[in-house]
Write a protein that binds this ligand. Structure first.
Ligand code: 9MJ
Length: 723
């Protein structure tokens, strides 16, 4: 034995003890399970080669870590053991090599029991927290965590909040005392929802569902646990104080019995024979892994026959009759090489982490989104950091945490850039509006950075062109996504010696037949095929002619369509319409001050700011001038300003079906006259507009003596309000 081995064993023991503490006591591991497993395996190998290195306090000598002191201690009458893990040898060239560890497991059983093809209970291995539930006379009396396998923590009150744990057994025939074991877990959807909420409100996110389950179960206040959606699956049962401690003859039958008594047992549980049966199950569940509603980190094989289990017995840490066959890990650590900014089609700037490529759950991951600036500060991720990447299910890979111990010296906090990496325009901090009324604006909690380049920014050009051409905007038939992609990406417009792509919607009105023929040629050259809508020969010319005609036709439009087509943030069709009516011509809209804009009934202060900023931007004014120069036109009209607030201060309720107007239209029209449209009738309601099919609201109105209008009366009233 070398001094090196002694030193390494000591180092491993110290590291493992620290990780154990973080995992079991703090519920906050700093390294992925796969790395922990690798360290533990290294120590086991060292101790096996040099047994004299083994110490009493070696992490190899115990099942788990002891708990924190927050809960009463429970001694397990029947020890709660963990399972041995078997990993595939992914470097092996065939199945025999790959599944050697599982073959060894099966061989040990066939040899010792003299069986040809033993039968196994095969189960998904849930990645949660193992617990034990005690029942007396059919009533749940106590629940405990595994702890160190001998003593766990009494978490009865918290377990009672988990809806799938039966508090009283169903059916009949249950023994006096029963101990059921299983896994408490957090379903993926619940985990994602929890994190989305935490991200929005700037709270700490859960690193993974397992930490979520563990942390939730160890809350001091059961009310807190009740708020976290946990679930439970049973996978073992014992009869304490009986000679053999097993329920019946076979594990699979015992699980079926548990189902009858009201316990949830995973529907994926099955039986299989021999090595071939185990491997087939492993593959079958492996294929389904991403689609399951909960995380699993492998499958478990258990000798089904209890007499056989008793014969096989235990080794120090685990039963010899069961093994966990692990899947590729869902978490890995890697290095953060840099953070790039991606500009989306709406101008949103999203930070993207560039990673040293790493295999996570069988897929190479090299880029992951960091969502937004808040996420970066919450994670405190810096370039050069060691990060833990998680990829589970259909969820896109993400960085769940950093490893602070491995931070390189001199790493500095990351700053969001101030300019768009695509067009150089300023990035603006915007808070999305959740709800807006004339008097107040409620924002989303999180803040986004957005490129202010608008139509000028190539990254946003596709989206803005798509919006510009849409049916409800300029209505250019045949100008769809694929062609827009080509127009923005391919240099099809000749310009002296050079060629460039479409730069703004105004360029559309300058297109010639030759330009479209060139676009088609370049598109074909690039992809080897022609977009669906652009077929060969004569049909291609026809396509180009039709498109040019549709573009030409769109020149004659209305002011409200044109304003909507500009794609000003938060200016939808109804605001565009309000602007067009209020001002009557574009120059007046463009020249309007903030205060003038805010005077419009439909326009709140934030939207007024957006409109004003849009027209203040030189690029946007240039594009508008070019569009007008290219012949885009509309009839101007005298300003139509509705007498402010014919219904100001009135509360109106709509009920039943309206025929001439949609509900939304009626609401919009009433609101534009200053009314508040409410969903329920009360003493404060001024009048109710009722159409056919009106029910309880109409009754309530009658009861309270509130005026009721039919649709005809509403229409007549609205008509009177027009100037
Ligand atoms: C999990 N984690 O799903 C066992 N497990 O059996 C299943 N764990 C287990 N069985 C004995 N399905 C000890 C642990």
């Amino acid at each position: 034995m070398t001094a090196n081995a002694t030193q390494r064993a000591e180092q491993l023991r110290a590291e493992l003890a620290e990780h154990n503490y973080r995992y079991h006591v703090l519920d906050d591991p700093s390294i992925p399970d796969a790395e922990y497993d690798a360290l533990l395996r290294e120590l086991i190998a060292l101790e096996t080669a040099h047994p004299e290195l083994q110490t009493e306090d070696s992490p190899t000598q115990r099942v788990g870590a002891s708990g924190s002191r927050d809960f009463a201690e429970v001694e397990h009458e029947i020890p709660m053991l963990s399972l041995d893990n078997a990993f595939d040898d992914v470097s092996a060239s065939d199945d025999t090599g790959r599944f050697a560890a599982i073959a060894d497991f099966v061989r040990r059983i066939t040899t010792r029991l003299g069986l040809a093809e033993p039968e196994f209970s095969v189960e998904p291995k849930l990645d949660g927290l193992a617990i034990s539930l005690a029942y007396e006379q059919g009533v749940f009396v106590r629940g405990a965590t595994r702890g160190d396998g001998t003593k766990g923590e009494d978490v009865t009150a918290n377990l009672r909040t988990i809806k799938t744990i039966p508090l009283r057994l169903r059916g009949s025939g249950w023994p006096q005392r029963l101990e059921v074991r299983g896994e408490v877990y957090m379903p993926r959807a619940a985990f994602e929802a929890y994190n989305a909420k935490a991200r929005d409100s700037g709270e700490k996110t859960l690193a993974n569902p397992r930490n979520g389950a563990a942390g939730s179960l160890r809350q001091k206040d059961p009310q807190e646990t009740a708020k976290r959606p946990l679930a439970f699956y049973a996978y073992a049962v014992y009869l304490p104080a009986t000679p053999e401690q097993n329920l019946g003859e076979r594990h699979s039958a015992a699980l079926a019995q548990l189902r009858e008594w009201g316990f949830p047992v995973s529907p994926e549980v099955d039986t299989a024979r021999g090595l071939a049966g185990l491997v087939a199950y492993y593959r079958r569940i492996g294929e389904r892994r991403d689609g399951l509603p909960y995380d699993i980190d492998g499958v478990v094989y258990k000798l089904d026959d209890y007499a056989g289990q008793r014969q096989m017995g235990f080794v120090s840490r685990a039963p010899r009759w069961a093994i966990a066959h692990k899947f590729p890990a869902q978490e890995q650590s890697t290095e953060l090489l840099g953070i790039d900014i991606q500009i989306g089609r709406t101008g949103a700037a999203t930070p993207v982490a560039r990673l040293k490529p790493v295999q996570v759950a069988g897929v190479t991951v090299s880029n992951v989104t960091l969502h937004n600036a808040d996420q970066i500060s919450r994670l405190d991720v810096r370039i050069g950091d060691s990060v833990i990447v998680r990829r589970a299910g259909d969820v896109i890979p993400e960085i769940v945490k950093i490893v602070p111990e491995r931070r390189p010296e001199g790493a500095v906090p990351w700053q969001f850039p101030t300019a768009c990496p695509v067009c150089g325009s300023a990035l603006e901090r915007v808070q999305k509006i959740k709800k807006q009324t004339k008097s107040e604006t409620i924002y989303e909690d999180s803040v986004a950075w957005v490129c202010s380049g608008g139509l000028f920014c190539p990254a946003q050009r596709k989206e803005s062109l798509f919006h510009f051409a849409a049916r409800r905007a300029m209505d250019i038939e045949g100008l769809g996504g694929e062609i827009i992609d080509d127009m923005v990406e391919l240099p099809f417009l000749r310009c002296g010696e050079d060629a460039h792509s479409l730069r703004s919607p105004a360029d559309l009105y300058l297109l010639q037949l030759d330009d479209l023929v060139e676009l088609r040629r370049l598109s074909q050259e690039r992809s080897g095929n022609v977009p669906e809508t652009v077929k060969k020969g004569k049909v291609a010319t026809r396509w180009a002619e039709n498109l040019l005609e549709a573009i030409a036709k769109s020149r004659a439009t209305t002011l409200e369509r044109f304003l909507f087509a500009l794609g000003i943030r938060d200016v939808g069709e109804s605001t565009a319409k309000a602007l067009a009516r209020w001002f009557g011509n574009l120059d007046a809209v463009m020249a309007a001050s903030l205060d003038e804009l805010r005077a419009i009934p439909d326009v709140g202060p934030v939207v007024a700011g957006r409109i004003s900023a849009f027209f203040a931007e030189a690029h946007n004014r240039e594009v508008i001038a070019a569009l007008r120069a290219a012949g885009v036109h509309w009839p101007d009209a005298p300003p139509q300003r509705i007498a402010e607030g014919a219904l100001a201060g009135k509360t109106v309720v709509l009920t039943g079906t309206l025929e001439a107007l949609s509900r939304d239209e009626a609401k919009e029209r009433l609101e534009s006259l200053g009314a508040k449209v409410s969903g329920s009738v009360s003493k404060k309601t001024d009048f109710v507009v009722a159409g056919p099919g009106a029910g309880s609201k109409l009754e309530k109105a009658a009861e309270l003596g509130i005026e009721v209008w039919d649709e005809a009366r509403l229409l007549a009233f609205l008509a009177e309000q027009l100037p």
